[in-house]
Design a protein around this ligand. Sequence first.
Ligand code: GRG
Length: 288
Amino acid sequence: LAAPEVLTRCRRLVQPALQEAVGRLHPWVSEMAAYSFGWCEVGGAPAVASGGKGVRQALALLGAEAAGAPGRAGVPAAVAVELVHVFSLLHDDIMDGDPARRGRPTVWKAYGTGPAVLAGDALFALAVETLAGAGSDAVRLLSAALSDLVRGQADDLLFATRPWTGPERVRPEEYRAMAEHKTGALLGCAAALGALLGGAPPATVAALDRAGRHLGVAFQIVDDVLGIWGDPLVTGKPVHGDLRERKKTFPVLAALDSPTSAAARLARLLGSDGPLREMADLVEECGG
Ligand code: GRG
């Protein structure tokens, strides 16, 4: 199966359980949660067909299949990780003050900050509730990933206060650790939880967790690259938002860490307008 087909197949299995869970929330909170998944229209912001790529839910089902079980054995894991994912995006958008996600206003923009915090809390609680029936090992795996998410987010927020250059600068290996926690932990947890529910032995569960973490670091770097060079119609984010907000994304950090400042030289050679030029300007402005 090509990757998008895998994602579609997994979404079909998970979506009914996810909608059933969200439907059990307080009606107002449930509406905000449905909006955060892109399922409903609010204030003229259209429903989003896919409601996100669904990478984490797919990893959970594939983890179950890797354990020799049918994908449906991983559904509770898929629901839990997708709920945590959307919760973390929702709170991240509040922390960063980001106005748009998945091509529409963020939840705090559409409903206000207080209600959006509450909607995030509800998704978080629902995730824990969903996994509670799967046993203490499952809850332990999820809790470890949650702590890592907080660790990664804390480092990411602190990176903003660090200088671009000099001995206090953010080094690529620090970025790597941040990305493993912020993004890799949940991808690893998704695959590991799916395998656990599929009856895999502990060594397989641990191996899938590690593999998902590596995948997550690569995923975060691609996310950063798309934040600079991606098509805003596809990424759903404003044009060059990350550059304008001076975010310490991997391409800029890597360019600044290079003594020859390769990106700046390349952009000068190309003499181009657009994101490469903007990135070069940022690198030069930072003294790279
Ligand atoms: C877990 C208690 C607890 C707190 C969370 C807010 C926070 C702390 C962490 C934020 C983590 C974060 C926003 C990571 C970014 C991960 C990332 C690359 C998101 C984009 O994922 P996609 O591309 O998004 O899969 P779609 O829209 O396709 O679902």
